[in-house]
Ligand binder design. Structure first.
Ligand SMILES: Nc1ncnc2c1ncn2[C@@H]1O[C@H](COP(=O)(O)OP(=O)(O)O)[C@@H](O)[C@H]1O
Ligand SMILES: [Mg+2]
Length: 238
């Protein structure tokens, strides 16, 4: 019986001959937030891309509820229940806010996973309801981030991968992103890549720290705080 929803087991990933992820293992339990930290270039986004199937791992396993997805396509991985909020948001600027949500929506989702509608997303992000007929390109940075999260929720995920959701946002909006993460974590397990250490430590149950593609710390939020002084050199953030 798998107690972890998502598990990486000795994952190795490459860009051509460049070996970027070295035996990365981590575990995410239901209802938890796992912060994936590390300085620029540490391999955080590559790890997210490897899980989502965009950088297929050369070896190792990506287990979702015990099933290995390491050789599945991004589409299969998304359907299996892994939602992605990519770094830089990557919303479709020339589509309306509503169309951005609808392109991601799923007709069929296995029992046990919440089915999200546009109304559900609007309840979480009221500004998206107000702006649903506007082009997504006309949204503010914060609104675009809300849309990127909403679009990922429309795929009815059991695990959400979020790559630097606070990047480039004003402090007030970063707090709003934090509130949204708190709301979501009761329903969805979240793997959160963050450069904003304050936000990460506010919401994370556990922490994995990468340095040059290797795990240099894995433990609870409290353990991380206790060892933070020694780990600071791997963070590259304050
Ligand atoms: N598409 C790519 N092709 C080749 N190398 C890449 C590519 N994307 C990232 N890298 C390299 O892989 C390493 C990890 O990058 P990345 O996963 O983006 O780090 P992070 O998200 O932690 O900043 C870096 O050395 C980076 O230069
Ligand atoms: Mg990155």
């Amino acid at each position: 019986m798998a107690t972890n929803l998502l598990e990486l087991d000795n994952l190795n990933a490459f860009y051509a001959d460049s070996h970027v992820l070295h035996d990365v293992s981590l575990a995410l339990a239901p209802g938890k937030v796992l912060a994936l930290l590390g300085r620029n270039g540490a391999g955080k986004s590559t790890c997210i891309s490897a899980i989502a199937g965009f950088v297929p791992p050369r070896s190792g396993r990506v287990l979702l509820a015990g099933i290995d997805l390491a050789r599945s396509t991004p589409e299969q991985i998304s359907r299996a229940g892994i939602g992605l909020v990519p770094q830089g948001r990557r919303i479709f600027g020339s589509l309306s806010v509503r169309e951005n949500l609808l392109v991601a929506s799923r007709k069929h989702t296995p029992a046990g996973r919440r089915c999200w509608t546009c109304d559900d997303v609007h309840a979480m992000f009221p500004r998206l309801r107000e702006r649903q007929h506007q082009l997504a390109a006309s949204l503010s940075g914060g609104e675009q981030q809300m849309l990127a999260i909403g679009r990922a929720l429309m795929t009815n995920p059991s695990v959400l991968l979020m790559d630097e959701p606070s990047e480039g946002l004003a402090p007030q909006i970063v707090r709003e992103v934090g509130d949204v993460l708190e709301q979501l974590k009761s329903q969805i397990a979240i793997l959160l890549v963050e450069q904003n250490l304050g936000l990460a430590m506010k919401v994370a149950d556990d922490v994995v720290l990468l340095n040059t593609g290797r795990v240099v710390f894995a433990g609870s939020n409290a353990d991380f705080r206790q060892q933070q002084a020694q780990l600071q050199s791997h963070l590259g953030i304050t």
